[in-house]
Structures are given as C-alpha cells and as structure tokens.
Design a binder for this molecule. Structure first.
Ligand SMILES: [Zn+2]
Ligand SMILES: [Zn+2]
Length: 336
C-alpha cells in the first residue's frame, strides 16, 4: 500500500541551481551541418560554464523562518539548511499559516534554493526501546509534515544509535521506522536523507554498507537519499585528503550506495583525527582534514548539482565578520 502511494520527488531535482544549470550530465546537441570544430568549441564553452555547487549554511530560525533566510543571504548562501522546529524539544507548537507565509516570503525574496531541514537530534529510530522508537517515529512524522507544508526539499536525519542491541538489529529498526513514517505521510514530496555518521558510541550509519542496508530494507526506498558529512566520514575512518584516496572513496560510495542517491553534502572540517569516531566540527581548512580534502568535493563535477552546506562553529572573527561568511568564502576560493 505504501509503495503504491510513493511519488517521485520532482521538486528536489527540478531545483535549478543559482547558475541556472540543469542537474546531471550535459548533453551537447548539434545539427548535422555543424562541424566537428564548432561542436568542440561548443563543448569547451559548456565545460567552461560548468556550474559550481550551491553553497549554504545551517542558520537559526529563532525569531521566525524569515530570519534564517535573511541571515543566509547576508553570509553569502545560495541554499539553506534549517531546523523546522526547536531541535531540543520533542514537542513544538503547530505550524500556522503565519509561519508558512513567513517561510514562503523569505524563500521568494531571497531566492535561496534548495532549502533542506535537519531533524532533531533527539530522534532515535534505531532504539531497541519501543517507547523511544514510537516517540521518534511520531516526531519524525511531525517534522516531515512541517517540511511538506513549507516546501522544504529534504529532511536530513542521523539514523540513530542501537544502544548495544547490535548494528544489524539497529539497521532493521531504522528501516521499519522509516516504513512507518512513509505510511503516515503518503505522497509527500519531501525526501528523507540518511546522514553518514561519525560512528560515535553505538551510532548506526558510519559505513556506506550500513546506509545501503537501511535503504534496501525500506519499502519506499525511492523516497530516501543520502547526505554525506565530511567531518563524520573522516572521523569514521574514510580518508579523502589525497586525490587517490578521494577517488577510491567516491568509487566505493558509487558502488555501495550509488552517487545519484547523494542529495546533500555537509562540508565540515574535523577537530578530531581520522578514525577517531568522535564528531567535532571545525572551520573549513582549520581542522585535521585541511583545505586539500575539500578541494576534491567542490571541484567534483559529479557533485556539481548537490547542495553543499556548512555546519561549522558559529560566531564572528576579529573583524566582526560572521564566521559562516568566512567559511563559505574559503570554500569558494578552492574552486579551480
Ligand atoms: Zn552534518
Ligand atoms: Zn556532526
């Protein structure tokens, strides 16, 4: 029943990056009398105008959705990530027309697109405790309803912690929970993205195989995608600082999960070492990954249509410049 109600989520991929470029490979079509030279020149032009990814930041919705949009534009975002409710509380006041109107006005006036949401950190869809899991499913449904009402493209969540019950049963519980969420949200357009985790404690989702297994077990798997997080990948033991290591990691990602399932990338440096299994974000280029690790992601044409969001520490530098602005500028400077 659930799968019959599944609809593709066209708006996520219909989102035209700010460059106005369509997602995916570019087909150069030319008619019969076009010379090879002209075609090659056209192709080169296409090559030169290849898009850069849409960059964005996670911004606070304190004071209303409109503030997140305004702040996002202020620091140089193309796209945006928000919470759709207070992430530290299970319950939140219902969305009303006023909130939806404020969101839509913010989106329209700033042009930030796509907008993604991060789910509350309280959720644990992998929990062996039935009451916690039920509560988490309920809260996830609530978040997805908010996303759908606002027109948020995707809801990103951490798969959860198995709390000692074992990775395999954790994976199955996440999948079953997602089936329940999907059944309660038939036909929704907002995708759910599973984020790669650092593997801290008993966290599920720190190996590509684990995310692939969750997706495999979900009936409406077409409503899912994956969000990479560079800090988490690194802490989980994926090294991508050298070009050859990056290439090998992306190959593995492609064969295990499929690159087309990557719908968002969180770009964060890591305070902790490779394989530390500890999740501590650092400013771009200032952590153990370093700028060279980010060069590969921002210049990889396979990810040129994937929104790239920073979740680096907040604040201002010595000159009073918002640190998100500093980090976004640093990322854009890595584009070749
Ligand atoms: Zn993240
Ligand atoms: Zn993190």
């Amino acid at each position: 029943m659930a799968s019959a109600q599944v609809k593709a989520s066209p708006h996520f991929f219909d989102v035209t990056p700010t460059t106005g470029w369509p997602a995916g490979p570019v087909a150069v079509t030319y008619c019969g009398d076009t010379t090879y030279e002209q075609a090659a020149a056209n192709a080169q032009e296409v090559e030169m105008t290849m898009p850069t990814p849409a960059f964005g930041a996670h911004r606070s919705i304190a004071g209303g959705f409109e503030h997140a949009f305004t702040a996002g534009v202020g620091v140089g975002c193309d796209c945006l990530q928000i919470f759709v409710k207070n992430q530290r509380q299970w319950r939140a006041p219902q969305l009303c027309d006023r909130h939806v109107a404020a969101y839509k006005a913010g989106a329209r006036q700033t042009g930030l697109t796509p907008v993604l949401a991060h789910a509350s950190y309280l959720l644990n869809l992998a929990s062996p405790d039935t009451a916690t899991r039920r509560k988490s499913v309920h809260a996830m449904v609530d978040e997805l309803e908010r996303c759908e009402a606002l027109g948020v493209s995707a809801l990103i969540f951490h798969p959860g912690a198995h709390l000692g019950s074992g990775i395999k049963s954790g994976i199955k519980r996440v999948a079953r929970s997602l089936d329940q969420v999907h059944e309660r949200c038939p036909g929704y357009r907002t995708l759910i993205l599973l984020e790669t985790t650092a593997g801290q404690g008993t966290a599920v989702g720190h190996r590509f195989e684990q995310l692939a297994a969750i997706i495999d077990h979900v009936s409406a798997s077409g409503r899912l995608g994956v969000c990479l997080d560079t800090c988490h990948l690194f802490a989980a033991g994926y090294d991508f600082r050298k070009p050859e290591d990056y290439a090998a990691m992306v190959d593995e990602l492609g064969s295990v999960i499929g690159l087309s399932n990557v719908k968002c990338i969180h770009l964060n440096d890591s305070k902790r070492l490779l394989g530390s299994r500890v999740d501590r974000h650092e400013h771009i280029g200032k952590g153990k990954i370093g700028k060279r690790g980010f060069v590969h992601f921002v210049n990889d044409k396979r990810f040129a249509h994937v929104p790239m969001i920073i979740e680096t520490p907040k604040g201002k530098d010595g000159r009073g410049t918002d640190l998100d602005k500093v980090n976004l500028k640093r990322l854009r400077a890595l584009i070749r």
